[in-house]
Write a protein that binds this ligand. Sequence first.
Ligand SMILES: Cc1cc2nc3c(=O)[nH]c(=O)nc-3n(C[C@H](O)[C@H](O)[C@H](O)COP(=O)(O)OP(=O)(O)OC[C@H]3O[C@@H](n4cnc5c(N)ncnc54)[C@H](O)[C@@H]3O)c2cc1C
Length: 496
Amino acid sequence: MSDLSRRRLLAGVGLGTLGLVAGGWSSAPAYARADKWAQLQRQLTGQLVWPDDPRYVRLAQPRNLRYAALMPKAVALCKSVEDVAAAVRWARETDTPFAVRGGGHNYAAGSSATGLIISTRRMARGRLDGATLYAQAGARNRDLAAILPEGDDLYLLPGGNCPNVGVTGLTLGGGIGPNATWAGLTADHLRGVTMVTATGDVVTASATVNPDLFWGLRGGAGGNFGVVTDLTYELVEVPVRRATTFIFDFSGVDAVSRAGRAWQEARRNGGRLISGSWFAGRGTAGVWCRVRGQVLMGGREASDVLAPLIAAEPDASEVTTRSWWDAYLWYRTPVSPNNTFWDRSLYAEQDLPGRAFDEITRHLDAFPQPGRAFGGFQLLGWLGGKVNDVPATQTAYVHRSARWILEVMSGWADPTDPSVWPTRVPADIREWVEQFWDLLLPYSNRHSYQNFPDPALEDFARAYYGRNLPRLSKVKRAWDPDDVFTYPQAIPLTAG
Ligand SMILES: Cc1cc2nc3c(=O)[nH]c(=O)nc-3n(C[C@H](O)[C@H](O)[C@H](O)COP(=O)(O)OP(=O)(O)OC[C@H]3O[C@@H](n4cnc5c(N)ncnc54)[C@H](O)[C@@H]3O)c2cc1C
C-alpha cells in the first residue's frame, strides 16, 4: 500500500471519526435529572451516557467479558480537562465508585466501575510539531498512527500493534511493541503530562516539574495517581526505509518445539533488528504454531537471520521485503471483539533451554477443550535491546533485564454465570493454566507485565514493580493519600 493510501485508511478510522457527540443528555431517564447525576451533568460540557443509549454498551463494556456484569450507572464522556476534574470531584463528593477509561483494553476490568466511568474517548486528538507529538489522553494507537509525519523523514512513537488500545493506558504501564527492541518503550518517549489529581486540581509533570510523579507515570500503570489528560512525546527517527516481514507455520508436537528453538536462534542472529513471537496453540488437529515478526533488513540479510526457521521446515511460510510503512501496517493486528479470557505473563531474562519447548508443546497438546475453547502460549520477543539500555530504576518500569515475555493464554465461550464478576474460569481450563504457570516459573524471573494484569497473581505488586515498589508507594502517598484511585491491584499506599 502506498503512503498516501495508508494515510487515507488511517485517517478514515482515526481522527476523522472523532468529535461525534454533541452536548446534551436527551436520553437521560427522567428520574436521573433530579438527583446527584443531574448535578454532574450540569458541570460537564460533555455528555452523560445512560444504559438506554445505543452507545452505552460500546463505551461501558469491559474488553474482558469475564467482567461483563461490571457495568456503570453512567459514562461521562468528558470533553476537556475541566470535565475530568469536575467528574473526579463529583465522584468523591457523592461517594460514587468510579474508574477512568481510555481505550478500555485492561485485561482485568481496571477501567470499570459500578458507579461512573470517566471516559476520555472524546479527548482523542493528536498534533505534531516537528518530532514532538502532543496527544490527548483518549487517543488510541490508530489515532496517533494517522498523524505520523510523511515524507523522507520517518518518525515513530513505538507502541503496541492493536489499533484500539488506548495510548495512555499503554504508556503508563510501559508499552511494548514490535519496534521496542530498537526504539524502546512507549513510556521511554514520554516527555510530559497534564494530570487531574485526586483533589480535582490540574498539575503537570516532566523531568523537571514534579519529577517523582513523572517517574511513577512511566511504568506505574494507569489508574493509580490521577487522570492524565494530555501527553507529550518525543518521536524516534526510523533508521530504515525497508523491512522484511515473516510468517512461518508449523504443526505437530515435534515441529512446533523445533520452531520455538529456531525462533530463539533467529532472534540471537538479528539482535535489535528482529522482533516477533512464537505463538502456539492446540486445535482439533493437534498443536500448531506461527512465528511472526519483522526484521529491519532487506531480503538477503533477512534470510540469513531467518535461516534457522527456514531450516526447521515449516508447513508454510511468507517472507516479504516491504517499505517501512507497509511493514508497519502489516504488523497491526486486526481489531478483535470483546471476549472472555484469562492471560498470564512472566518475564524471562535468558533464552529458554531446548527442553522447555518440549515441555511447553506437550502441555499445549494436553489442553482439555481443543476446538471448543482456546489454550495458547506466546514467546514474545518485543523486549531487550533498547528497552534494556535504560536502568531499572530510571523509570517505574522495572523489567529492564528481561529478554522475553512468556504469555499463557486461555479463552472460552460463554461465561457460566454472566451476572457475577469475574465469571468462573472453567475448572479444567483453570487447572491447565495453573499447571502451565508452574511449568514456566523456573524459566522466569517471576515478574509479570503490569499492562497484562492478572487477577490471580500472587504478590502482584512485587511482580509488577519489583524493587521500584517502595518508591511507587511513596509517589502514591504524595499524590493520592486517600487512595481515591484504586482497584484490586492498585499500587499500595505502603509497600510491605
Ligand atoms: C487486544 C489487546 C492488545 C494489546 N496489545 C498490547 C501491545 O501490543 N503492547 C502492550 O504493551 N500492551 C498491549 N495490551 C495491553 C494494554 O497496553 C493495556 O491493557 C493498557 O492499559 C490498555 O490501555 P487502554 O486505555 O486501552 O485501557 P483502559 O482499560 O481504558 O485503561 C487501562 C488502565 O489505565 C487506566 N487509565 C485509562 N486512562 C487513563 C488516564 N487518562 N489517566 C490515568 N489512568 C488511565 C484505567 O483506569 C485502567 O486502569 C493489549 C491489550 C489488549 C486487550
